[in-house]
Structures are given as structure tokens and as C-alpha cells.
Design a protein around this ligand. Structure first.
Ligand SMILES: Nc1nc2c(ncn2[C@@H]2O[C@H](COP(=O)(O)OP(=O)(O)O)[C@@H](O)[C@H]2O)c(=O)[nH]1
Ligand SMILES: [Mg+2]
Length: 394
């Protein structure tokens, strides 16, 4: 059931969204909570809002303690994104996370048999062809991380904020047990890795663009009208809402609050070189049963790194689009990575925010086109490997 919030709560939520600073956002969330009645249907929402408040508060306290501008010593809750996608490495202690960082990325980390030696998230860049992934080694996950044990909040917060996750297990110990433990902790923090049966994406637009709901799938126990009414109750008047698969009204509400989120995930089954690993790998694969990709690897022997890159790229659902300056013969080399299904409009936005405004037309070179280049508009759907030349008024 949807949470059935009173109108005052819905209005407050609009203020939360409009907040301009973390402090204001936190205060508005606290006010919002006062209007949310306490019952079973609102438990999930209350929990999630409280978690968000806690994250902002600890960030603010941290800044205050360190003095803004000075480099901070405590564990960071968010790391600035770099490269095409941010991927967080999640695993219990000693599975080989640091070893992967040191072999696959440019970062300097400590690889050691001493458990729980990584307290701080450590970033590094991993090259995969012409795409760069930012890997982050998160502090180890343990039972109770979701309740804040160890540096659990940091790790799970990083996972929430990332574009994807690598679930790492050690094949010389029981990999199924490790995987289930990490998945359980992630699930408790409402980060799910399995594909949902349906999906709601709310893309907020500037005022005046109106509300448009695109339904590619089925609404369960509700109508299109109910969906639109719910969005309007939350003062969402200007947005493009895409609904795919099987979706209930509560999933739409979930999307408004971003409570449950889905992360693309790959399983890195490490230490393939050790005794018993092959047998454990078979058990793990049988258990996972094709639901997630399993990459067998040995960080120590630098095996499986390419497969890891490929699976990451595939699971993220991204495409590479190369741009060319008008008049130049060569593309710029480094592609833009965009979500599958992205259009020229999305590309233009990621090049520069003024680009859409000044857009005239684009020329596209692509193997699937009978003739290249083709002159196209903002709605043209791009595919991996396309080369684009954007023409603007100025
Ligand atoms: N045999 C073997 N040992 C590994 C491999 N990867 C990591 N290790 C060892 O496992 C221990 C823990 O590695 P580390 O990367 O620090 O684990 P973390 O706690 O997950 O960061 C170290 O002694 C590593 O040398 C591997 O692929 N094979
Ligand atoms: Mg480590």
C-alpha cells in the first residue's frame, strides 16, 4: 500500500526538494517527518528519511569539526565522481579488495592479511578500453553493517551513491555465505542488486514543461490517473516519468522518495588460484543461477581483470558516444558514456548545458545507418560507437 500521507506532508516534501543547502534540506526533512503518521505503511519511508538526515548531519558535523576547507581525516561519506562510472567494491575483510585496487587501478593501497585494515574509502581509476571506471574500495562489510556496525554506514552509503557495485568474495572460503551476508546488509539499507520487476524513473524538468507519464509495461492495482494524481499530490507538475515492467502505486511513491534503489552489480569471485577454489566457484555459480554475472579471478595473478571490465561495462547499461568538432576529421578520442537509450539531447546536455539551447542539428556516423553521416535532431537515439558532430547557433 502507498503510505497515504496527509496533504501537509506532501507539501513539506516539496520544500525538502527545493532546499538549497544540506542544512536546510535536513531541517525540512525533520519537519516533514512530523507530518508523517507512524504506522506500518510508513515505516520504510520514516527509516529512509531518518537515514538521510543522519548522513547529512554527520557530514555537517565533520565539516564543522575539521573547519571547512581543511582536509578531513574521518571517513568520507561521498567521493566526487570521476571517469565514466563510479563503482564501489563491497566485500568482507581479506577477500582481496585492496589487491584488486592495486592491480587494476592507479591507486596505492595496502594489501595485507591483517583484517579490517582499510578504514577509509580509497578511490582509483581502472581503464577499460577507452572507458575509465572509478573504483572505490569501501571499508569491509560485516554482519550488522546496515545497523552501523564498524564503518557500515560509510560503505553502504557509498554503494547507494555509486553507479554500480562489485560484490567481492573469497573462493577459498564459503563464497555463498559471504555473498548472502553482503546482499542481506545491502538489502537492509534498501540497496537492491537484482533487477526489479518494474521501474519508475522520475526525470524532473523545469517549470512549465508539464507532467508526462510514459507507460511501457503494466500498472498493478492502479490506473494511469492514480499515478498522475499521486505525482500531483507531491507537487510534481513538471517531469517526464517513465514506467517500465510491472509497477504498483507504492513503487511510484518509492521513486519520489528514492527509498529503494537498484544498483547494477557483478560478483568478483577472487583467489581462484587457491586450493578448493574451483569447486567453490561451481557451487557459487549454481547458487547465483545466472541472476548476476560471476567473474572468476585471481588478483594476485592478475587473472580475470579484462572480464571484470567487460561485465562492468555490460551491466551498467552504458554506451560510448564519440564527438567530433565540426570541420575536424577525427573524433576527440575520449567518448562520452551515456545510458543506453540516450538521445542527442542527452549527449548535448552532457557536453554543455548551453548546447541544447543553441542546438541546430547533429551529424551522426554509424554502421547501422544506410548512409553516414546522417543529419538528425535532438530525439535521435544513440548507440554504442556512434560518432556525433553537434552544430550550434554560436
Ligand atoms: N592467493 C591469493 N591471495 C590473494 C588474492 N587476492 C588477495 N590475496 C591475499 O589476501 C589477503 C587480503 O588481501 P587484501 O587485498 O588486503 O584484502 P581486503 O581486506 O579485501 O582489502 C592478502 O594477504 C592478499 O595477498 C588472490 O587472488 N590470490
Ligand atoms: Mg583492504
Amino acid at each position: 500500500m502507498p503510505t497515504n500521507l496527509p496533504p501537509e506532508a506532501k507539501e513539506k516534501w516539496e520544500e525538502v526538494e527545493a532546499a538549497r543547502s544540506p542544512r536546510e534540506k535536513m531541517e525540512k526533512m525533520q519537519e516533514f517527518l512530523k507530518y508523517v503518521p507512524q504506522h506500518k505503511g510508513t515505516m520504510k519511508l520514516r527509516g529512509e528519511i531518518k537515514r538521510k538526515i543522519a548522513v547529512i548531519r554527520s557530514d555537517l558535523e565533520e565539516k564543522k569539526r575539521k573547519g571547512v576547507g581543511k582536509s578531513s581525516g574521518g571517513p568520507k561519506l561521498f567521493l566526487e565522481k570521476e571517469g565514466s562510472a563510479q563503482i564501489v567494491l563491497i566485500g568482507m575483510t581479506n577477500v582481496g579488495k585492496s589487491c584488486l585496487m592495486s592491480t587494476a587501478t592507479n591507486s596505492k593501497v595496502l594489501v595485507t592479511p591483517t583484517p579490517y585494515s582499510t578504514h577509509q574509502p580509497v578511490p582509483g581509476i581502472m581503464d577499460y578500453g577507452d572507458v575509465q571506471f572509478q573504483l572505490i574500495e569501501a571499508p569491509a562489510v560485516m554482519k550488522g553493517s546496515a545497523e552501523g556496525r564498524g564503518t557500515g554506514n560509510v560503505t553502504l552509503g557509498l554503494a547507494r551513491n555509486a553507479d554500480g557495485v562489485i560484490l567481492m568474495v573469497d573462493l577459498s572460503r564459503n563464497p555463498v555465505e559471504q555473498l548472502e551476508l553482503i546482499l542481506a546488509e545491502l538489502e537492509k539499507s534498501r540497496v537492491l542488486v537484482n533487477k526489479p520487476s518494474g521501474r519508475v524513473i522520475i526525470d524532473r524538468r523545469h517549470a512549465g514543461t508539464a507532467l508526462r507519464v510514459i507507460l511501457i509495461g503494466h500498472l498493478i492495482d492502479c490506473s494511469m490517473r492514480d499515478v498522475e494524481d499521486l505525482l500531483r499530490e507531491y507537487k510534481i507538475h513538471d517531469a517526464l516519468v517513465r514506467i517500465t515492467g510491472d509497477v504498483r502505486l507504492e513503487d511510484v511513491e518509492d521513486a519520489i522518495f528514492e527509498t529503494t534503489i537498484y544498483k547494477p552489480a557483478v560478483i568478483a569471485a577472487n583467489k581462484l588460484d587457491l586450493k578448493g577454489a574451483e569447486a567453490n566457484l561451481r557451487i557459487l555459480k549454481k547458487h547465483v543461477n545466472g541472476k548476476l554475472p560471476v567473474i572468476a579471478m585471481s588478483c594476485e595473478n592478475k587473472e580475470g581483470l579484462d572480464e571484470l571490465g567487460k561485465e562492468l561495462f555490460d551491466s551498467l547499461g552504458v554506451i560510448r558516444v564519440y564527438t567530433k568538432d565540426p570541420g575536424s576529421r577525427e573524433d576527440t578520442g575520449r567518448p562520452f558514456t551515456l545510458k543506453r537509450g540516450a538521445t542527442i539531447n542527452d549527449l548535448a546536455k552532457s557536453i554543455h548545458k548551453e548546447f541544447v539551447h543553441n542546438f541546430l542539428f547533429a551529424m551522426v556516423w554509424a554502421k547501422r545507418l544506410p548512409f553516414s553521416p546522417k543529419k538528425v535532431g535532438l530525439n535521435f537515439v544513440l548507440e554504442d560507437g556512434d560518432v556525433v558532430e553537434v552544430h550550434t547557433k554560436i
